[in-house]
Design a protein around this ligand. Structure first.
Ligand SMILES: Nc1ncnc2c1ncn2[C@@H]1O[C@H](COP(=O)(O)OP(=O)(O)OP(=O)(O)O)[C@@H](O)[C@H]1O
Ligand SMILES: [Mg+2]
Length: 249
C-alpha cells in the first residue's frame, strides 16, 4: 500500500516536441501511463516511437512537459530519470557478450551499493529463470531471446517504476517473443508499469491495457485494448497516417 496517494498518472507527457538538430520529429505529443499499467506504443517505421522514448528519458533535448511520479522532469537528464525509477531499454540494446550474465547485471547496477546490487540482481533474475540458470555463462553463449531477456533484466536491476521497452522482441521467433513479452505481464503483476514499443501489433495488444498509435510524430489514436474495432482503427492510423483525424479515445 502506498503511504500517500499518487497524484495523477505515473507518467504524464504534454505537448512534447523533440527531434535531431533542426529536424523536428515529435509534434506536440500527449500521453499518460498509469502506475502498474502496460501501455503499447505502436506506429509505422519512422513514426517517432524511439524518439518519443528518448525524449521522455532525457536522452534527447525536448520541449513540452514531462511529469513522472508527480514531479516535473522536463529538464532532467537521463541519469537522473533512471534514479527516479524511469528506465529505458533502448532499441537494439546489446549486452556485453564477453561478460557473464551475472557481470552484465552487476554493470547495470553501476553506482549502487554492492549489497543492494546483489539483491537487485537476484530480483531481476527471478523474472527470467532461463537466464538465471546460466548466470556464469558468457552472454555470447545465450540465444537471441535470452540476450533480450538479459537486456530487460538489466533494466530491472534499476528497480523501475516505469520500464520503457523499445522493441524488446525484435528479431525473435514467435515463441521467444511470447516469452519476452510475458515478462511485461509479470512486471505489471509486481506493480511495475511498462511502456512497450512493438512492431508485432497483435502480440503487443495481447499484453497491454491501452494503446497509443503514433504516425508522423503525432498521436493519431489512443484506446483501451478492449475497445471494439481496434484492428481496423489501427490500420487506419497506420496507413491513413491519420494526422488530421480527430481522436475519439
Ligand atoms: N539520430 C537521428 N538523426 C536524425 N534523424 C533521426 C535520427 N534518429 C531518427 N531520426 C529520424 O526521426 C524520425 C523518427 O525516427 P524514430 O527512430 O523515432 O522512429 P520509430 O517510430 O522508432 O521507427 P522504427 O519503427 O523504425 O524503429 C525518422 O524520420 C528518422 O529518420
Ligand atoms: Mg524505433
Amino acid at each position: 500500500m502506498p503511504i500517500s496517494a499518487p497524484e495523477g498518472p505515473l507518467l504524464q507527457v504534454e505537448g512534447l516536441s523533440a527531434g535531431y538538430g533542426k529536424i523536428n520529429v515529435l509534434d506536440g505529443v500527449d500521453i499518460v501511463v498509469g502506475a502498474g499499467e502496460i501501455v503499447a506504443l505502436l506506429g509505422p517505421n519512422g513514426a517517432g516511437k524511439s524518439t518519443l522514448l528518448k525524449a521522455i528519458s532525457g536522452l534527447l533535448p525536448r520541449h513540452g512537459r514531462v511529469r513522472f511520479g508527480g514531479a516535473d522532469i522536463s529538464a532532467v537528464g537521463p541519469r537522473e530519470t533512471v534514479n527516479l525509477g524511469l528506465v529505458h531499454v533502448v532499441e537494439g540494446h546489446r549486452v556485453f557478450t564477453q561478460q557473464s550474465v551475472h557481470d552484465n547485471l552487476l554493470l547495470a547496477g553501476y553506482g549502487l551499493r554492492r549489497r543492494e546490487i546483489d539483491e537487485r540482481v537476484e530480483e531481476a533474475l527471478g523474472f527470467f529463470p532461463e537466464i538465471a540458470e546460466k548466470r556464469t555463462h558468457r552472454a555470447a553463449t545465450l540465444s537471441g531471446g535470452q540476450q533480450q531477456m538479459l537486456a530487460v533484466a538489466q533494466g530491472l536491476v534499476r528497480r523501475p517504476r516505469l520500464l520503457m521497452l523499445d522493441e524488446p522482441s525484435a528479431g525473435l521467433s514467435p515463441v521467444l517473443v511470447d516469452r519476452v513479452l510475458s515478462a511485461a505481464a509479470r512486471l505489471r503483476a509486481a506493480g511495475t508499469a511498462v511502456l512497450l514499443v512493438e512492431q508485432l501489433i497483435e502480440k503487443a495488444l495481447g499484453v497491454s491495457d491501452r494503446v497509443y498509435a503514433l504516425a508522423g510524430g503525432r498521436v493519431v489514436l489512443r484506446a483501451a485494448t478492449t475497445e471494439p474495432d481496434l484492428p481496423r482503427r489501427l490500420e487506419e492510423a497506420y496507413f491513413g497516417q491519420g494526422a488530421h483525424a480527430p481522436l475519439d479515445g
